[in-house]
Design a protein around this ligand. Structure first.
Ligand code: GLN
Length: 288
């Protein structure tokens, strides 16, 4: 008798619980529905049906990876962000729901500029999967984006994500260490740079510490290295009426605002994430 999906789901839950995974039941549902190409509702509806031996092998292998603290979406190889699907690779940060707040805050600015000028030119520094830039392009048709990254692997992943979301015509990539290889001015500068203090990176949960790239997390001794560099050069690459939108660590609002103020920027707007932490800052140039 082949086993039913329900039995395999129960076994998987027990396996993850015994491995100490919090939210074992939710992880099992996401993993198994992803592996079988089903929606969560579809998965629930098929509980009584038999699982093929091949699927059972694939599911058990994925559950073992999760038991070893690999994140669900790394195992599946892709993750949804702002309604689009993004392929992940080893040199890209997994897009987080909190970062959708940055996209939501920037959409009105991108739209306003696109309406006024006929188009809006964005640059996403340290684009990784391309999630932020591509989500903005998907939301505003008259926008074009340049995604930069120091990692060629990340840029290849971002280009693939642009293709799979039908945004490649409006998206370009450039290998650059922040602004180093960037020329010209942009209407919107956006970044979710590494902002964790070096000393804290080693204490992050295993899912982040071993599976997100350190280069996307480690912001130096005080976590502010990337902001310092971006603040220093942003003025030369921003159109007079443009905005800079940044994701920040929960305790960095004052420090990052001070860095940008010192370079002639004014805090236009800030926002909190789903957990109520300061997460997004939007700056404009003070002297126009
Ligand atoms: N929000 C990420 C984390 O909690 C950090 C991302 C970043 O440094 N930009 O792991």
């Amino acid at each position: 008798m082949p086993e039913t999906l329900d039995r395999l789901l129960a076994e998987s839950r027990d396996r993850l619980k015994s491995a100490g995974i919090e939210g074992a039941a939710v992880d099992v549902r996401h993993l198994v529905s992803g592996l079988l190409g089903l929606t969560l509702a579809g998965l629930m509806a098929r509980g009584g049906e038999p699982v093929s031996p091949e699927d059972a092998v694939r599911i058990r292998a994925a559950i073992e990876r999760r038991a070893a603290r690999e994140p669900v979406y790394r195992i599946l190889g892709e993750r949804e962000f702002h309604g689009l699907t993004f392929k992940l690779s080893k040199e890209t940060l997994e897009p987080r729901p909190d970062t959708e707040t940055l996209v939501d805050c920037l959409i009105p600015h991108v739209r306003r500029i696109a309406v006024r000028k006929g188009s809006c030119r964005l640059i996403d520094l340290g684009t990784g999967t391309g999630a932020i830039c591509l989500a903005l392009l998907a939301s505003v048709l008259d926008a074009r984006g340049l995604g930069t990254d120091i990692s060629e692997d990340a840029l290849a992943t971002a280009r693939e994500n642009a293709e799979r979301n039908s945004l490649a015509e409006r998206f370009a990539t450039l290998r650059s260490d922040w602004f180093e290889a960037v020329e010209g001015r942009f209407d919107v500068i956006v970044s979710n740079p590494p902002y964790i203090r070096s000393i804290v990176v080693g204490e992050l949960e295993p899912e982040v510490r071993y599976h997100d790239p350190a280069a996307a997390l480690d912001g130096g001794n005080d976590g502010l290295d990337a902001y310092r560099t971006i603040a220093q050069h942003a003025g030369r690459h921003l159109e007079a009426d443009g905005v800079v939108g940044l994701e920040i660590g929960f305790d960095q609002k004052q420090a990052v605002t001070a860095l940008f103020r010192a370079q002639g920027f004014r805090l236009l707007e800030s926002a909190t994430d789903l957990g109520g932490n300061d997460r997004v800052l939007i700056f404009e140039q003070d002297v126009k």
